[in-house]
Design a protein around this ligand. Structure first.
Ligand SMILES: [Zn+2]
Length: 300
């Protein structure tokens, strides 16, 4: 199964990233102007199309595709999907646009983080023609028809160009990576603090701002619908602050990335109550430690 109804008009589309269920989702808002929020990796675009087929949405029906930010698990498939969606317009933050039009630098910086072989598994993003992208800045509103509208909100911290999306009638919020990762079946939260532009102050401020809008539920890319909104916000802030402090301590002692990752993996494992963390969770921890170390190198 690729599509699951999670909220009024909203379907979660499991992209089966690298063949794994429950790790990277996209969301479809069904209505007069079907809208896709996030796209998954380039290599898993076929899962998105299968999810759409399951809920009876033709690719040519899709009117908006919103990659919340340019990271490959969110925007990687956008260019490829757009070729199947002749009536769709990309809506993205203005800082994302250059990377969507020409992903060369994005591919270079992602290859530094993940290595060439993993990049091969993720797939490389296709360039998107500039005339198919509508850029937004701080805030924007999207009319989805029949009185349905979506607010796009700038949510920097995880990435400076990230946007989140709120359905105004139900207050369901597509968080993007403004909140931490909770994989199904693993009770611990993992902060999402990746390179190259993680900024803890901005991330905490962003959560302060979006919490004031009182979302009714959080539609999280990694992974699923959360109704324990306050817990997700509180725990994200708590762990981001804690991880930055801890990694700072390790980094000051000169500990390299691999060793610091081991320390943080130990904490996640304790929190999760199992030493047996799945490989995708281990990768998430490593990338988050890497992002914190890069932040420290730039700022301390
Ligand atoms: Zn992500």
């Amino acid at each position: 199964m690729f599509a699951t109804k999670v909220s009024e008009r909203v379907y979660m589309l499991d992209t089966y990233a690298l063949g794994q269920p429950g790790t990277v989702s996209a969301y479809l808002v069904k209505g007069p102007k079907p809208t896709l929020v996030d796209c998954g990796y380039a290599s898993s675009y076929g899962s998105v199309l299968r999810g759409l087929a399951e809920v009876g949405t033709m690719p040519s029906d899709v009117r908006y595709v919103i990659p919340t930010h340019v990271h490959l698990d969110h925007a990687g498939a956008a260019g490829r999907l757009l070729k199947e969606m002749p009536n769709a317009q990309i809506v993205a933050h203005e800082k994302s646009v250059p990377h969507l039009v020409d992903p060369t630098r994005l591919i270079e910086s992602s290859t530094k983080v993940f290595g060439a072989s993993i990049m091969g598994l993720y797939g490389l993003p296709d360039p998107i023609p500039a005339d198919r992208i509508t850029a937004v800045t701080e805030e924007a509103n999207l009319d989805l028809g029949e009185g349905l509208s979506a607010a796009l909100v700038h949510t920097p911290g995880h990435a400076p160009h990230q946007i989140s999306v709120v359905l105004e009638r139900t207050k369901a919020m597509f968080t993007a990576d403004a909140v931490g990762i909770v994989y199904p079946g693993m009770k611990s939260l993992i902060p999402t603090t990746p390179p190259p532009s993680f900024n803890p102050g901005q991330l905490v401020a962003t959560i302060g701002r979006i919490r004031q809008t009182k979302p009714s539920e959080l539609l999280v890319p990694h992974f699923g619908a959360r109704r324990d909104v306050e817990w997700v916000f509180d725990r994200t802030i708590e762990l981001v602050v804690k991880w930055v402090e801890e990694v700072k301590g390790l980094w000051k002692k000169g500990m390299p990335l691999d060793a610091a990752t081991e320390v943080m993996l130990g904490e996640v494992a304790r929190d999760a109550g199992t030493a047996d963390l799945p490989i995708y969770a281990q990768v998430s921890v490593r990338v988050s430690v890497m992002g914190i170390m890069q932040y420290l190198q730039k700022n301390f």
